[in-house]
Ligand binder design. Structure first.
Ligand code: NAP
Length: 254
C-alpha cells in the first residue's frame, strides 16, 4: 500500500529543490498534487513528468505572497481532486544576507511575506478544506536557522522561519481535536539552488558541510522523505513538533 494513496496534497515551492523532490515522492506514493510556485514552465514540466509516471498533478503559477494564490490552490484541489488532505507549505527565500542595520523595510517584508505571511494565507484556506475532509496534515518548511543556530546576516530569514513554528503550534492545538495535524520540518543544509547560493564558493561549501555532524549536505530526497513521514499516517501521533532533519548541525561542535 502506498503511503499517500487517495490523498490530495498542495506543495508550494514545487518548481525546485525540496518541493520538487517532495512532489515526485508524494506522487510515487499515490498522492494527487497541486503544484505552486512562480515559474509556470518549471511547474508544467514537473506536472508532465508526474503524469508520465501515471500520477496526477495540476500547476498553479503564482506568488505565495498573494492571498489569492493560496485560495486558488485550495479551490483547484477541491475542483480537480475532490478535497485537500495534505499541505506542504514549503516555498521560501533567504533574502539578502546583510547586517541588520542595513536591512530596508522592503527586504524585511519580502522575506517575512514570502516565508511567514504566505503560511498564514495558506492556512486560512487549507484549514476549512481539511476540516471538510475530517482532518489532514499541514507541514511548514522552517529551518534550524533561528531555532537552534543563529547565523549572522539572516535576521529576516530566521525571524520568519521561527515565526512559522509558532504559527504551526497554534494550528496544531486549535485544530488537533478535529483531526488536523500540523508540524514544522527543519532541514539542515540541503543541496538545492538555495543551498548552493548560500555556499557559492568551494571554501563556503566546505565550511557549511563541516558544520554538520555528517559532514555533508542533505539531498533533496532525504528532506522529502521526512516530509512524506509528516504527510502520511506513519506520523499519525505527531503534531505540534519542530522536526529537525539537519545532519546534526544543531548539536555538532567539531
Ligand atoms: P529552492 O530550490 O531555491 O526552491 C525554493 C522554491 O520556493 C522554488 O520552487 C521557488 O519557486 C519557490 N518560491 C520562492 N519564492 C516564492 C514566491 N514568492 N512565490 C512562490 N514560490 C516561491 O530552495 P529549497 O532549498 O528547495 O527551499 C525549500 C524550502 O526549504 C525553503 O522554505 C527554504 O527556506 C527551506 N530550507 C532550505 C535549506 C537549504 O539548505 N536548501 C535549509 C533549510 C530550510 P519559483 O522561483 O518558481 O517561484
Amino acid at each position: 500500500m502506498r503511503q499517500l494513496e487517495g490523498k490530495t496534497a498542495i506543495i508550494t515551492g514545487a518548481s525546485s529543490g525540496i518541493g520538487r523532490e517532495a512532489a515526485r515522492l508524494f506522487a510515487e506514493q499515490g498522492a494527487k498534487l497541486v503544484l505552486v510556485a512562480r515559474r509556470r514552465s518549471e511547474l508544467d514540466r514537473l506536472a508532465d513528468e508526474i503524469r508520465d509516471d501515471g500520477a496526477d498533478a495540476v500547476a498553479v503559477a503564482g506568488d505565495v505572497k498573494d492571498a489569492d494564490v493560496a485560495r486558488d490552490a485550495v479551490r483547484i484541489a477541491i475542483e480537480h481532486f475532490g478535497g485537500l488532505d495534505v499541505a506542504l507549505n514549503n516555498a521560501g527565500t533567504t533574502g539578502a544576507q546583510i547586517p541588520l542595520p542595513e536591512m530596508t523595510m522592503e527586504l524585511w517584508h519580502e522575506v517575512l511575506d514570502t516565508n511567514l505571511t504566505s503560511a498564514f494565507h495558506a492556512a486560512k484556506h487549507q484549514i476549512p478544506a481539511m476540516l471538510a475532509r475530517g482532518g489532514g496534515s499541514m507541514i511548514f518548511t522552517s529551518t534550524f536557522v533561528g531555532y537552534t543556530v543563529g547565523f549572522p546576516g539572516m535576521a529576516a530569514y530566521a525571524a520568519s522561519k521561527a515565526g512559522l513554528i509558532g504559527l504551526m503550534q497554534v494550528i496544531a492545538a486549535e485544530y488537533g481535536p478535529q483531526g488536523i495535524r500540523a508540524n514544522a520540518l527543519l532541514p539542515g543544509g540541503t543541496d538545492t539552488p538555495m543551498g548552493r547560493a548560500v555556499s557559492n564558493t568551494p571554501e563556503a561549501l566546505a565550511f557549511v558541510k563541516g558544520l554538520h555532524a555528517l559532514k555533508r549536505l542533505a539531498t533533496p530526497r532525504e528532506i522529502a522523505q521526512a516530509a512524506l513521514f509528516l504527510a502520511s499516517d506513519a506520523s499519525s501521533f505527531t503534531t505540534g513538533t519542530a522536526l529537525l532533519v539537519d545532519g546534526g548541525i544543531s548539536i555538532n561542535r567539531t
